[in-house]
Design a protein around this ligand. Structure first.
Ligand SMILES: CC(C)(COP(=O)(O)OP(=O)(O)OC[C@H]1O[C@@H](n2cnc3c(N)ncnc32)[C@H](O)[C@@H]1OP(=O)(O)O)[C@@H](O)C(=O)NCCC(=O)NCCS
Length: 214
């Protein structure tokens, strides 16, 4: 069976690497953020046990069983966890994968999501010889659409009623969330879409087998 290798990817400011047990506290904090709950399907409230099973079971299985790869996004200088990039629903025959991502609230607005996703795409195209990266954003998720646009993704259309997001019911103050259906915008990135961007970035990114990098 085909699967991605265990890797780390370094960019100018970030290191993307497999999750470790020591990431659990920072991960729990990140997952309980309002925007993460609203725009993703993570369990709510997100507990230490959720993080533990994600790191020990879900993430390794995603890679081992060929569905994708989960990478913890960390700041190179501080080594703090700032987010997650997740390649999923990989189609090895088509050489296409779908990317999901999140950045911790305190680290947003610094261009980290764009930097992490772009570096992952570069690795996927150059090293893994993939031909397509797909991205799906909820119709109202403006920040995520901005990320897609910034890295050069092309919007391909709308999947009507294809997603679920969570909102606070109007007038409710008890912290409850409600799931509502939403349209999804499909974006794609092909290797040629990155050509211009790669030349713009001064020193580009670098990747290594995780064991080598450690
Ligand atoms: C979407 C998300 C990953 C962006 O992370 P980030 O590191 O702040 O992203 P970047 O800094 O690379 O880019 C964000 C861009 O969105 C813009 N932005 C942020 N909030 C916005 C909003 N409400 N409306 C419009 N644009 C917005 C920022 O200004 C920035 O654009 P700029 O660089 O042109 O100024 C982060 O907000 C997040 O984790 N959200 C919750 C989870 C989520 O939505 N994941 C994606 C699911 S598809």
């Amino acid at each position: 069976m085909t699967s991605f290798p265990e890797i780390s990817i370094s960019t100018e400011r970030l290191v993307l690497r497999p999750y470790e047990e020591s990431d659990i506290p920072a991960m729990v904090e990140m997952m309980n953020d309002e925007s993460v709950i609203a725009w993703t399907s993570v369990p709510y409230p997100y507990t230490e046990a959720d993080a533990r099973s994600f790191i020990a079971e879900f993430a390794p299985a995603e890679r081992a069983e060929g569905r994708g790869i989960v990478l913890a996004v960390t700041e190179f200088l501080t080594q703090r966890l700032v987010g997650t990039v997740h390649l999923q629903r990989t189609d090895w025959r088509i050489r296409s994968s779908e990317v999901g991502y999140m950045i911790a609230p305190w680290a947003r607005g610094e261009g980290y999501a764009a930097e992490a996703v772009q570096a992952t795409a570069q690795w996927l195209f150059d090293d893994q010889k993939f031909e397509r990266l797909e991205l799906r954003t909820a119709a109202d998720n403006a920040a995520s659409q901005q990320v897609a646009q910034k890295i050069g993704c092309i919007s391909e259309g709308v999947l009507r009623g294809a997603g679920l997001v969570r909102i606070r019911p109007e007038g409710e103050t008890d912290g409850r969330w409600e799931e509502i259906r939403t349209d999804l915008i499909v974006w794609s990135l092909l290797p040629e879409d990155l050509d211009g961007l790669a030349e713009e970035s001064a020193d580009g990114s670098d990747y290594a087998a995780y064991a080598d990098w450690q």
